[in-house]
Design a protein around this ligand. Structure first.
Ligand code: C2O
Ligand code: CU
Ligand code: CU
Length: 520
């Protein structure tokens, strides 16, 4: 009888669905968390990227970066193939003050095309270092601009069409610290490498012989490349001697895809003082801090009363989607968000200082108001290869923004399993709300990258000031680098007047003969 067959089919399908759902929810509880590097001793002194000394030419700070490949002993006894700026891994820290004119001579000795993007920097699109400013092998690109950002921990990394993930993974990334009059006057720990510490956190994979490996396949692209070995500033198993006082950590998640939930081994509270784009209005006391790829945060940890080493940890991600975890585990192995890692051991040295005081007020942040927005744009994320169902096309302008407008960008993650850290070039934005709820106090600061959780809607607001160029797009994209490379990226131009003609003029199409980065 036909109805009987139907009942059996419907019943079977329902049973399978119930089983899969039940299994996926039960799985993490059955399996529990995994303390991945429990057996790794933190015994290598943390490398501190050197501060890059500029030359002063005609009142301009001129920095020089040379991207090249080489070999680096990341694991004892194995020299991995890596790449770096002015070295074989990562790059020096660039430091500049708001109001200063800077120029960076970027030499490409990699043997393949690259770009250098100034993540978080507010600057003309032609200087941004996105896909439209490729540097062919053997060439030099010399972007220059006046630093117009507030004091913040920014960074630089390649943004080469389709190659960003691989180039960053190979070691190309560095920090860019901006100071301003406000940060100068606050009395925060600011001795670079002593009590003001850059931490570039990355996860990597190594083969049995200790060589760095990067696998690019469908599964890796979907989930983003994750590794089970943590490097901080390129150092495996790092420790750092610190004075017994307040210590400032500038934490940059420069990983391709992994999120970290940072906290200390003894559960001690710390104070977050800055988000991606600058200082918070007031320190926020926390014991855990989630950072997704591309995000930065500055924290202060009080070591003044500490005699024993304390370890910065990354804990399992709270609220990680069990179904995603199950899928990830099935398709790419164990590299998931239920893992726990040691990150860095802080070893207090010397005599105790009196506990340092933090200013109660760090910054003034004028809130951008929704009612002042000229418009709201919607960015729907439905897969890992597109935004608004359009995969990245370097010749297509997706959005045209009028200069000086305040806009709301509503980022709507329609995926049930994947989170996406959404990044916008050119601006620092404020988070208006997450699913209608106002942001937590530690998110009430300037941001350029915001994690958008599965099925979450995040509204951000920004003012697009100063720089208009109808022919050179800025990017917005997911900062899981494999997603970006697969096409989860779009382009906007900022125009002087809404009626301005726009079109992409780019060396990628051979549509420009002029070498924009040079001269003037
Ligand atoms: Cu950090 Cu468009 O990138
Ligand atoms: Cu950027
Ligand atoms: Cu993504």
């Amino acid at each position: 009888m036909r109805w009987r067959t139907l009942v059996i089919i419907v019943g079977a399908v329902a049973a399978v669905v119930v089983l899969v759902v039940a299994a996926s929810f039960a799985y993490p509880y059955v399996r529990g968390t995994e303390y991945v590097n429990e057996g790794v001793a933190l015994e290598h002194p943390l490398a501190i990227p050197p501060l890059l000394e500029p030359a002063i030419v005609n009142g301009e700070k001129v920095f020089s970066l040379t991207a090249k490949s080489g070999r680096t002993e990341l694991m004892p006894g194995a020299a991995s193939e890596t790449a770096g700026y002015n070295g074989t891994l990562l790059g020096p820290t660039i430091r500049a003050h708001r109001g200063e004119r800077v120029r960076v001579e970027v030499n490409n000795e990699l043997g393949e095309t690259t770009t250098v993007h100034w993540h978080g920097m507010h600057l003309p699109a032609i200087m941004d270092g996105g896909p439209h400013q490729p540097i062919p092998p053997g060439n030099t690109w010399s972007p220059h601009w006046t630093v117009n950002n507030a004091a913040a921990t920014l960074w630089y990394h390649p943004h080469t069409m389709g190659k960003t993930a691989e180039q960053v993974y190979s070691g190309l990334a560095g920090m860019f610290i901006v100071d301003d009059e406000n940060s100068d006057a606050l009395g925060l720990p600011n001795i670079y490498g002593v009590d003001d510490i850059p931490l570039i956190v990355q996860d990597r994979n190594f083969d049995d012989t200790g060589n760095l490996t990067y696998v690019r396949d469908k599964a890796q692209d979907n989930f983003g490349a994750m590794g089970d070995t943590i490097l901080v500033n390129g150092t495996h198993g790092p420790y750092l001697d610190v004075p017994k006082q307040l210590i400032r950590l500038r934490v940059l998640n420069a990983s391709n895809a992994r999120r970290y939930d940072f906290g200390f081994s003894d559960g001690r509270p710390f104070r977050q003082i800055a988000t991606d784009g600058g200082l918070l209005e007031a320190p926020v006391e926390r014991t855990r801090m989630l950072l997704s790829p591309g995000e930065r945060a500055e924290i202060i940890v009080d070591m003044s009363q500490t005699d024993q080493p304390v370890t910065l940890m990354s804990h399992e991600i709270q609220g990680a989607a069990p179904m995603m975890h199950l899928m990830r585990t099935l398709s790419v192995g164990d590299n998931d968000e239920y893992q726990i890692f040691k990150i860095l051991e802080l070893r207090p040295q010397g005599t105790a200082a009196t506990p340092g005081e933090l200013p109660a007020r760090l910054n003034t942040i004028a809130p951008l108001r929704a009612e002042d927005a000229a418009r709201t744009r919607l960015f729907a994320m439905t897969d890992r290869m597109s935004i608004n169902a359009k995969p990245m096309d370097h010749a297509r302008i997706d959005e045209v923004v009028t200069k000086d407008d305040i806009e709301i960008w509503e980022i709507d993650n329609r995926e049930a399993l994947f989170y996406h850290p959404f990044h916008i070039h050119d601006v620092q934005f404020q988070i208006l709300d997450r699913d209608g709820r106002p942001p937590s106090d530690y998110e009430r600061g300037w941001k350029d990258t915001v994690v958008v959780n599965p099925l979450e809607k995040v509204r951000v607001i920004a003012r697009f000031s100063d720089y208009a160029d109808p022919h050179t797009p800025y990017m917005y994209h997911c900062h899981i680098l494999e997603h970006e490379d697969m096409g989860m990226m779009g382009q906007f131009v900022v125009v002087e007047h809404p009626s301005d003609e726009t079109s992409v003029v780019s060396p990628l199409d051979g549509t420009t003969g002029t070498d924009h980065g040079h001269g003037h």
